[in-house]
Design a binder for this molecule. Structure first.
Ligand SMILES: [Fe+2]
Ligand SMILES: [Fe+2]
Length: 163
């Protein structure tokens, strides 16, 4: 099937770059958090990384539906957080950037007359809004209980490795 405009495939590829970048960032942060002895927060980053990978998968499928070429070579900058708090703050900023990018993409698709792809972007906007909200709440909790209090909740000493 042909897209209404080649621009639609470009917008999907830009979204794909975003999703692949956050997939890798969250995956790395998940393993760093595990390594720091903060596996509860690590699990959340891991689960989100899989979520973003599924978004990337769906975008690849849509590009192929339009007989376009999904660009898996391109990756954005991966900013590595040096502390758990910095990871949360970076993730919050990146989720807000996703909301902005996908809202603009949805609008552009509507303007081009591709309401189907616009609806896909709108669905992603809601997903990324929820992610942003979760990170915002974590930063809020840190403000209230302090970073030490927050991090103490992310330890899980109940399960030794390999069991
Ligand atoms: Fe996503
Ligand atoms: Fe997200």
């Amino acid at each position: 099937m042909q897209p209404v405009s080649p621009r639609v495939v470009e917008l999907l590829n830009e979204a794909l770059t975003f999703e692949l970048t956050v997939t890798n960032t969250y995956f790395l942060h998940a393993r760093m958090l595990d390594n720091w002895g903060l596996p509860k927060l690590g699990k959340v980053f891991y689960a989100l990384s899989i979520d973003e990978m599924k978004d990337a998968d769906a975008i690849i499928n849509r590009i192929l539906l339009f007989e376009g070429h999904p660009n898996l070579q391109r990756l954005g900058n991966i900013t590595v957080g040096e502390t758990a708090e910095e990871m949360l703050a970076l993730a919050y900023e990146s989720e807000k950037a996703a909301v902005k990018q996908f809202n603009a993409a949805a609008q552009e698709c509507h303007d081009l007359g591709d309401h189907g792809t616009a609806a896909v972007f709108e669905e992603y906007v809601r997903d990324e809004e929820q992610h942003a909200e979760w990170f915002e709440a974590q930063l809020e909790a840190i403000k209230r209980v302090g970073v030490q209090g927050y991090l103490a909740q992310q330890i899980d000493a109940s399960v030794p490795p390999g069991s």
